[in-house]
Ligand binder design. Structure first.
Ligand code: PEP
Length: 258
């Protein structure tokens, strides 16, 4: 899609201990190389639980793997009395490129509002991390036909007070909640409709030039057998993959979508 390098990002969610993580990263790298994966043409990132990050970093650095890695969440705060939280500063030290912000599971189970998401996006930039900023509507909103308005409101609220310089590097993931972990994938046209609307919103809020460069991913039950049709859409620049990302052969096939 018009000069934007596709990104395939694997959200492992709360799965795999550090030994399993090490195994998966090695197997994924081996499978991708075996398929002569061109990492310059399609970027591949893994997003393990916090407790796996050190092992994954060590493997990637030690073996000079071309995979990127990142975390699934971060604290809005830099440091201090926030028991159980993990700061962006720590993630940066663990070599993270990316951090997911505003995943629907965080919004739903941890009451993350648009304001919290906005604070976390700011924290990510403060620590030099690239956010994968998630937005998406639930089933009722979709059935009411209000999905585009809902998602654009999330985009606008999440990006509040961020500078164009920051937003230029952001990754936005459109993840309809009804399609996450349900096996119910959005149609390519559904994905395109919302991803294109997000890009138009970015053009309105910042500039057409900025909007053209931002990667907008689709997420929600992406598998090896449905990724090609979704990736054929003009405004879809990659996928945020949950369940299928912890099966190395399946995730490698997703990365080889063409
Ligand atoms: C996700 O967790 O971001 C996701 C898209 O999950 P799944 O691929 O399992 O639907």
């Amino acid at each position: 899609p018009s000069g934007r390098t596709p990104l395939m990002a694997g959200n492992w969610k709360m799965n795999l201990d550090h030994l399993q993580a090490t195994h998966l990263v090695q197997k994924l790298d081996w499978t991708l190389r075996d398929g002569k994966h061109d990492f310059g043409a399609v970027e591949v990132a893994v997003l393990p639980p916090f407790t796996d990050l050190r092992s994954v970093q060590t493997l990637i650095d030690g073996d000079r793997l071309k995979l990127e890695h990142g975390a699934q969440d971060l604290s809005a705060h830099d440091s201090g009395a926030y028991t159980g939280e993990v700061s962006g500063a720590f993630l940066a030290k663990l070599g993270c490129t990316y951090v997911v912000v505003g995943h629907s599971e965080r919004r739903e189970y941890h009451q993350e509002t648009d304001e919290v998401v906005n604070a976390k996006l700011k924290a990510a930039y403060k620590h030099g991390l690239t956010p994968i900023f998630c937005v998406g509507e639930g089933l009722e909103v979709r059935q009411a036909g209000e999905h585009v308005a809902h998602v654009l409101a999330q985009v606008e609220a999440g990006l509040k007070d961020l500078t164009a310089e920051q937003v230029r590097t952001i990754v936005i993931a459109y993840e309809p909640v009804w399609a996450i972990g349900t096996g119910e994938v959005a149609t390519p046209q559904d994905a395109q409709e919302v991803c294109a609307a997000i890009r138009t919103k970015l053009a309105e809020l910042y500039s057409g030039d900025l909007a053209d460069g931002v990667r907008v991913l689709y997420g929600g039950s992406v598998k090896a057998n449905n990724v090609a049709a979704i990736m054929a859409e003009e405004d879809v620049d990659g996928a945020l993959v949950g369940g299928a990302s912890i099966v190395p052969e399946e995730f490698a096939s997703i990365c080889r979508f063409r």
